[in-house]
Write a protein that binds this ligand. Structure first.
Ligand code: DGL
Length: 263
């Protein structure tokens, strides 16, 4: 029984793992967090493509049957360039989130927040427009959110001021749906909700990604049954840091993350 492979730039992809475990409890999962080279959100497209290729090659060595790119920045910048190079299905987080947002919006105004790399790539915007050209998309890069979340600043005046500042263009545009286009943003959900008001729908693509993974595995006859899925965690640096943050992202601590060198 082959595992599902998942990679992220670091710890954030555990929000996707959480949902995969929930929806696919019989699947084994191998996770790779590129903690030596995080963050990807401020790196160039060429670099993110190279890192993503290396991460995929590592996962292929673990004989995975499907690769899920949990990182929004890697999904935006690398997947379009590398997807056709591999035989295993590669699932990113952009399309599932876009489909849900296009379905959810009533006033055809969608907001997208993400890292600088994700926003600059216009990946979300272009996919939304492909599904419905009439939708108006307002985007905002929120580069301080990742360090705030990793430092555990999930509430308080400072973080509230940052959230308000970043979300102002989305509020001004009157969006009724916001895509949380970064692994870390679901942890700021309640603050984002407070700032955007209750009737705005927040889209966390993790759920939709897990649905998509399940669908692909079912179509290919690769779904596991009657087996209790296990997870293995690998990182490129600092497993202690990763393990310490894991509880916040995964909802439980990880004790056995292993350090792996990619080169
Ligand atoms: N995982 C990244 C993302 O979802 C956020 C952290 C980073 O910048 O590497 O875009």
């Amino acid at each position: 029984m082959k595992p599902i492979g998942v990679f992220d730039s670091g710890v954030g992809g555990l929000t996707v793992i959480r949902e995969l475990i929930h929806q696919l409890p019989c699947e084994d999962i191998v996770y790779f967090g590129d903690t030596a080279r995080v963050p990807y959100g401020i790196k160039s497209k060429e670099t993110v493509i190279r890192f993503s290729m290396e991460n995929i090659l590592f996962l292929l060595k673990q004989e995975v049957k499907l690769i899920c790119v949990a990182c929004n920045t890697a999904s935006s910048l690398a997947i379009p360039a590398i997807k056709n190079h591999f035989k295993v299905p590669i699932v990113g987080v952009i399309s599932p989130g876009v489909r849900e947002a296009v379905y959810a919006t009533q006033n055809k105004r969608i907001g997208v927040i993400g890292t600088k790399g994700t926003i600059k790539s216009r990946a979300y915007e272009l996919e939304i427009k492909q599904l419905d050209p009439k939708i108006k998309v307002t985007t905002a890069a929120c580069p301080l959110f990742v360090p705030l979340v990793e430092e555990g600043w999930l509430s308080g005046d400072v973080v509230m001021a940052v959230v308000k500042t970043y979300l102002k263009p989305l509020k001004d545009a009157g969006v009724d749906t916001v895509i949380l286009g970064c692994t870390h943003y679901p942890l700021l959900r309640s603050l984002i909700e407070q700032v955007m008001c209750k009737d705005v729908t927040l889209i966390d693509s993790a759920k939709q990604v897990a649905i998509e993974v399940k669908k692909i595995l079912a179509n290919e006859g690769l779904l596991n049954k009657g087996h209790k899925g296990k997870q293995k965690f690998y990182v490129s640096d600092n497993p202690e840091w990763f393990s310490g943050l894991a509880a916040r992202f995964l909802g439980r601590p990880i004790k056995d993350a292993k350090k792996m060198s990619l080169v």
